[in-house]
Design a binder for this molecule. Structure first.
Ligand code: CDP
Ligand code: MG
Length: 758
């Protein structure tokens, strides 16, 4: 794992070793440079500037091309959007040549696998071809939709927007999208983009997918759990619904496996149209990938010809910080670098107006640098990228079935991912990819392919969905790559422990209700099973606030002030009630009129609006399923109890053995620490439950709340027991009833079943 090292001094420019410089590339660049110089001369003359001045600067520029003529590139245009009409753009995509073949193959087959490079037009075009060919028309007035799934929300939204634009109709009508907590479709929607999780959810009520004529499972190479589950569900659906067509698209060549799984279906290959990409490796391993990524960006900006830069980072915080650092560096450079550097972040939780900015053509004379998570690897295509900076890491949600928990981990990417990333540089012309690792490390340390999500994540949610869809024998479900038996059994146990399954492994009525709530089972449980504790209203707010990620704004130059403001919301019980306080504060400031309030309190207004929207939708779901919505007011013990009942598995106890105050999880005894941003940081309560663990240099508990130890015993008598130490401390010490990870799983199940039957 990378351990970011604090930067001590301003490192010099990185030394990169070109491993396979291509002649074509060199010629292309030389030609480009010459054109720029000619143009800048012309322009300088037109502006009445003296040639010699430019000449002298250009001499310097042979080593460091940072002078006047860079600025005068203002004449140079790149990116096709500016010149081509929408129709021309569509017809210029590689997929267009295969339009007839694609349509025919889909007509003749129930399953088709389509493989094509990122940017070839799979996501935006195929659905339109089918729409144009009348696939969405049905006898009578019912529309049969063409649905297309995306592993990521951002991609679903941005692609739907783009296609609505191409079709020339308003988004939400003929072309719409559905993502969690947001439905932008209407009665006439014929082309529907959605996250794979949403389609999986639709299978709860419509397992045969009767509303669709075609379903395209896009980005299948990403192998998200939901897509993997849909593979199997759709394989079943086509049997019951012979009219249904299923398209599986992938950006990688691993298509034979897909085709074989789908009853040996045909594979269509979209011919690539990519330019060579020069790959550069570092000579030595980089100790601080973030610092070297930013150095590389500056180096490219100052020394390389025009073209936008794409940098792959691991997450929102990292991206936001990098944006600030880059901005400062550009400011410091001032006018010495002619062309402007437009810095744009891209990650899933970014507001959509900001997201659409990345697709806008770069203004003449400037350069874009896009700092993105691996969302830009294949899900979204950005034109005009000539340079890719790849530190070689990705943040993954990894489930450790031995420890029994999920955590976010920064892990090295696979070779396949590295190649996808470098491919982003070769769409508009020959490009360069700066890999911030050694060639040896690429060859020896990286896995050829990444592990499908289903083999590394907590399966509780997936198994709950399958059970609710009516698939009882989940252990023999037709997964393309079945998860380890151990993880499935662990998930079944997790669901049993939170009462979603009974001791026979059948869905309980509580479990069926939990499946209707689009959130992790533990949160759903807090929300619905605890009506009798009378705080469902508050829990809804907390769930909504948790679903919007960060609400606190912490600008670098005002961190102290921001922290002080945040501290005013802190509640002694911890972060959940703190979030509730923020929401209540915002509501009493008058919602939409609260801009001023948000500014003053360093709160992201947009996050608050989104939380409000999520809350509104949760209210609807609660009403639909006749769940009472009850306010507890300020009786926060109820809230803490409810959280304890949902999250007792994520419980930790203070560990006084070392010098520092650390915690150990009650189950598994993993050492964990309180995250510095927590309201409980430094407060050292004895027992806490936490929402998630974040693994960086340590395992950090994110969003924690204090609980009373006897509550754990009350909430999960199958799990915890009070330990009799002495009379006074009775009920204050607890321990897990069993250690499920060392004991034989079966004997545990049996003894529990016995106990329950008694
Ligand atoms: O799915 P695939 O990677 O094969 O390509 P696509 O997403 O359908 O993209 C085809 C073209 O549409 C590319 O040139 C993209 O730049 C463009 N596009 C866009 O301009 N805006 C979007 N939101 C999505 C795609
Ligand atoms: Mg695509």
């Amino acid at each position: 794992l990378p351990k970011p090292v604090p930067k001590d001094n301003d490192k010099n420019m990185l030394v990169k070793e070109a491993s396979n410089g291509s002649q074509l590339m060199k010629e292309f660049r030389d030609q480009k440079l010459k054109q720029q110089k000619d143009k800048s001369l012309l322009r300088a003359q037109a502006l009445g500037m003296a040639d010699p001045m430019i000449e002298s600067k250009r001499d310097e520029a042979t080593n460091a091309v940072i002078t006047e003529w860079t600025r005068t590139q203002k004449n140079i245009q790149y990116g096709k959007r500016t010149s081509l009409s929408m129709k021309e753009q569509r017809e210029s995509l590689p997929i267009f040549a295969m339009r007839e073949q694609i349509v025919k193959t889909i007509k003749d087959n129930q399953f088709v696998v389509i493989v094509g490079e990122t940017g070839s037009g799979k996501t935006t075009q195929i659905v339109q071809y089918l729409y144009e060919e009348g696939f969405t028309k049905n006898n009578g007035d019912h529309i049969k939709m063409v649905g297309c799934t995306q592993p990521r929300r951002v991609a679903a939204v941005s692609v739907a927007k783009r296609v609505a634009e191409e079709v020339g109709l308003k988004l939400g009508e003929t072309v719409g999208y559905t993502i969690r907590f947001e439905d932008n479709t209407g009665p006439n929607t014929a082309i529907k983009y959605m996250t794979d999780g949403m389609l999986e959810r639709e299978a709860l009520n419509d397992p045969d997918m009767k509303r669709y004529s075609v379903i395209m499972l896009d980005e299948a190479h990403e192998r998200t759990i939901a897509t993997d589950v849909l593979f199997a569900l759709l394989k079943k659906a086509v049997v019951n619904n012979p009219q249904l067509k299923v398209i599986v698209t992938s950006a990688t060549l691993d298509s034979n496996k897909f085709a074989k799984y789908f009853n040996n279906c045909p594979i269509l290959q979209i011919p690539g149209r990519t330019f060579p990409v020069e790959i550069l490796y570092t000579k030595e391993p980089e100790t601080d990938y973030l610092a070297s990524a930013l150095d590389s960006v500056m180096q490219i900006h100052m020394l390389e010809g025009p073209g936008d830069i794409l940098v792959f980072l691991t997450g929102k915080e990292e991206i936001d910080t990098s944006c600030e650092v880059l901005y400062e560096r550009v400011q410091q450079l001032g006018k010495s670098v002619g062309s402007e550097l437009i810095i744009l972040p891209v990650y899933s939780s970014l507001p959509s107006e900001m997201q659409s900015r990345i697709f806008e053509p770069t203004p003449n004379g400037s350069r874009k640098v896009i700092l993105a998570t691996n969302i830009a690897e294949t899900s979204i295509t950005i034109d005009g990228i000539y340079y890719v900076v790849d530190p070689g890491f990705v943040k993954l949600n990894v489930y450790d079935s031995r420890l029994g928990m999920d955590s976010l981990m920064v892990t090295p990417i696979s070779q396949a991912q590295a190649n996808q990333r470098s491919g982003r540089a070769g769409r508009t012309g020959p490009g360069k990819c700066y890999r911030l690792y050694t060639e040896e490390s690429f060859q020896k340390d990286m896995q050829p392919n990444s592990l499908p999500e289903i083999q590394r994540q907590n399966l509780a949610h997936t198994i709950l969905m399958l059970k609710a869809i009516g698939i009882n024998d989940v252990l023999h479900f037709d997964f393309m790559d079945p998860p380890a038996l151990k993880s499935m059994v662990a998930a079944l146990q997790d669901l049993f422990v939170i009462s979603a399954l009974d001791s026979e492994g059948s869905l309980t009525s509580l479990g069926r209700k939990m499946a209707d709530f689009p959130m992790e089972p533990a949160l759903a449980k807090c929300l619905i099973s605890l009506a009798e504790y009378g705080c469902s209203d508050e829990i809804m707010t907390i769930v909504a606030m948790l679903s919007v990620q960060t609400v606190f704004f912490r600008p670098k130059e005002e961190m102290k002030a921001a922290d002080q403001r945040k501290a005013r919301f802190h509640h002694s019980s911890g972060d959940h009630v703190t979030l509730l306080n923020v929401y209540r504060g915002w509501v009493s400031s008058g919602h939409g009129h609260g801009s001023q309030w948000c500014k003053q309190n360093y709160i992201h207004e947009r996050s608050m609006k989104r939380a409000q929207e999520v809350r509104r939708q949760l209210t609807q779901i609660m009403k639909r399923y006749h769940q009472p919505i009850i306010l507890c007011g300020n009786d926060f013990n109820k809230v803490r109890w409810a959280l304890c009942a949902g999250f007792f598995k994520n419980s930790a106890k203070r560990d006084n053995s070392g010098n520092e105050t650390n915690y150990k999880t009650l189950i598994g005894e993993t050492p964990v620490v309180m995250h510095p941003s927590s309201a409980l940081f430094g407060k050292k309560p004895e027992y806490v439950i936490y929402h998630t663990l974040l693994m960086t240099t340590k395992e950090y508990m994110h969003c924690a709340t204090t609980v009373e130890p006897q509550w754990l015993v009350e909430c999960a008598p199958e799990f915890f027991q009070a330990v009799d130490t002495n009379e006074r401390q009775k009920n204050e010490k607890i321990q897990p009833l069993f250690n499920r990870f060392t004991k034989d799983q079966n004997s545990w199940r049996l003894s529990n079943q016995k106990k329950l039957r008694r």
